[in-house]
Structures are given as C-alpha cells and as structure tokens.
Write a protein that binds this ligand. Structure first.
Ligand code: SF4
Length: 335
C-alpha cells in the first residue's frame, strides 16, 4: 500500500511497507511492522519512541546493515531519489553507503576503532569513496576535522585522548566526509552530557544546512525533536502510530500514545508532585497484540481496537494517525 498522503513529485526518500524481523529457531521478533513514510530533500524527520520500538532497525534496514544471520526483511521497499535501493546488489549498495547515505551511531566509544588514529579513521572513509592521492586525502581529512571544531594538529591522536563530545565530533566528521545526501543519526547525543548535547546538535544542524543534507534523527527526546526536526514519526512496537509536521505533532497530538508522551514531560510552570507516565509496558515483540499495538495500555480502547490492522487516517493535511477513535481522543485528551 502506498502512502495515502504521497505528493506528486518524487520524494527524496520513500519507505513503503517496510517490515523487519529477527529470528532464531524458536522465536520471531517483530521489530518493524509494515511502516511507510517519506522524506523530502534537505528536511529532517524525527523518529521518536521508547527503547526497543524499532527505530534503529528502521535505519539499519534503510542502510542494509542488519545482521546477515538472524535478521530478514520479509517485505517492503526503500526508494532513494526514485531508485529502489532495497534489493540492488550488495556491491552497488557499498557505493551508496558513505557516499549517499551515512549513519552516526549512538555511542562514539564503540563507533571508533580504539587502536587507530582518529585522522586515519576519517581518511579511510574518504579514500574508500574517492580516487584521490594520499596527499589530497590528508588535506580533506584535516578540513573535516576543522569543520567539526577539532584542530587539525590532533589528526594523529587516538580516540582515548578525546572527550565524549570530541569523539562524537570525529564520528560526525566520518559520517559527513563524503558529503552524503542522507544522514541517519541514531541518538547522536544520548551518550553525552547535556551541555555537550546542545553543542553537538547545533554542529549537526549547521553542517546539514551547509551541505543541504536530509536527515533521519532517531531519539526518545521530544526536546531534541523540537530543536531539530521538520517532520515527526511516533514509533511504537515497530509501527508508526502518528506522522506529521513538528508543528502538527506538538500542537495537535492525536494518538493516545503521543498525548501520553507529552503528558509525561514535566511542566516547569506547574507545581506538580508526580509525573504522569504511560501506564504499563510496551508489548513483547515476539508476541504483539492483535489489532492496535497500543490497546493493552490505552484508556480509549474498545473491542474494535483489538481486531484487525488499524490503518493510518488523515487527521489534517499531512497529519496521519493510526487510531480508530482519534476524533474522540482529540476532544478529550488533545491540546
Ligand atoms: Fe487506543 Fe484504540 Fe486508538 Fe489504539 S486504536 S490508540 S487502542 S483508541
């Protein structure tokens, strides 16, 4: 099924009915279930959801870096600039990785090789995708270091000589070294303390503007979404429950789960003794509930919610929500 809100022009990135499963001899983990979305050139889409919701699996499936053993994509397609990249030969995909799509991983400690100089790690990415001399590679590496705010004199240092924030800058330099069209940023600031988070986010934003890069930003932090994203997809138990522009999601949240997420954020203007968490836990991905995946935790759930797939419905222009009762939910619990 194609996205009901599809615009006429070819979207920069189009994901259709993507499904990801992890499996062993006895169990299947339904990590991503039949999701569809689009991203326009130069825009940032935020994927928000709790840990284990399937956000990273979506990014890895787009980049085709899921494990060779124990993971599969039973259905779905990914189109980049109108070209289907989800089933092209691996050799062709290797050219796309780094060149057209790059990923910033969550933890810079594990993303960097501890026994290789940081400059060499960036240079390796540049050399892999460009037929240029060693001298030119070194020059470009030094430029990338300076671009992310690291003096080029630190080229020969090792990751352990850098702070967490500086390490993440190196990872960002590696991801942007070949000027990719699409950047997948997987919780790029989660491992950093709050002040460094703000610096790294602002750096990503500046570089994105400079190169007109499109970005998928994975986070569980609504503050990060508010600061950086154009569009937002709310991900829960491997499904997208709500999709819209940042303004639509923040001003008119329509899905009970999205409303629950906002209610759980402490309000600094009110003297409240207790936070308002969403009751219950996300479902076991090896045994997802039938019908709406949120129904065991939803106070609006009816019999209708417990059977069959709940389709995305248009709530306003470009704003979609997978809830049978969103009109009632908005009346009672929306903003
Ligand atoms: Fe709740 Fe039903 Fe809407 Fe799911 S479909 S969020 S269970 S009201």
């Amino acid at each position: 099924m194609k996205d009901m809100n599809k615009k006429e022009e070819t979207p920069f990135l189009e994901v259709n009915n993507l499904t990801v499963e992890y499996f062993n001899k006895t169990q299947v983990v339904h990590a991503v279930s039949d999701i569809s979305f689009q991203l326009q050139k130069g825009k940032t889409l935020g994927l928000v959801g709790e840990t284990g919701a399937g956000k990273t699996s979506i990014a890895k499936a787009i980049l085709r870096i899921l494990p060779d053993v124990g993971a599969r994509i039973p259905k779905g397609e990914v189109m980049l600039n109108g070209v289907q990249i989800s089933s092209i030969p691996e050799k062709k995909m290797q050219e796309i990785r780094g060149n057209e799509i790059s990923m910033i991983f969550q933890d810079p400690m594990t993303a960097l090789n501890p026994v290789q100089r940081v400059g060499d790690q960036i240079a390796e990415v540049i050399a892999l995708h460009n037929e240029i001399s060693a001298e030119e590679t070194k020059k470009r590496t030094e430029e990338m270091l300076e671009l992310v705010g690291i003096p080029k004199e630190r080229y020969r240092e090792y990751p352990h000589q850098f702070s967490g924030g500086m390490k993440q800058r190196v990872v960002i330099a590696m991801a942007l070294a070949c000027n990719p069209e699409l950047l997948l940023a997987d919780e790029p600031t989660t491992a950093l303390d709050v002040t460094i988070q703000a610096q790294v986010l602002s750096l990503i934003e500046q570089l994105k503007e400079k190169f007109n890069t499109s970005m998928i930003l994975i986070t569980h932090d609504m503050g990060v979404i508010a600061q950086t994203c154009d569009d937002v997809a709310i991900v829960y138990a491997g499904s997208i429950l709500e999709f819209g522009s940042k303004e639509q999601i923040f001003k008119h949240p329509s899905h009970p789960y999205t409303i629950g997420l906002f209610n759980a954020i402490p309000n600094m203007n009110m003297d409240e003794e207790w936070l308002h968490p969403i009751e219950g836990l996300p479902p076991d991905p090896t045994n997802l509930p039938e019908g709406c995946p949120f129904h065991p935790r939803c106070s609006y759930a009816t019999e209708e919610c417990k059977h069959g797939k709940v389709e995305m419905r248009l709530t306003e222009d470009g704003h979609r929500c997978a809830c049978c009762h969103f009109e009632d939910v908005i009346k009672v619990g929306g903003k």
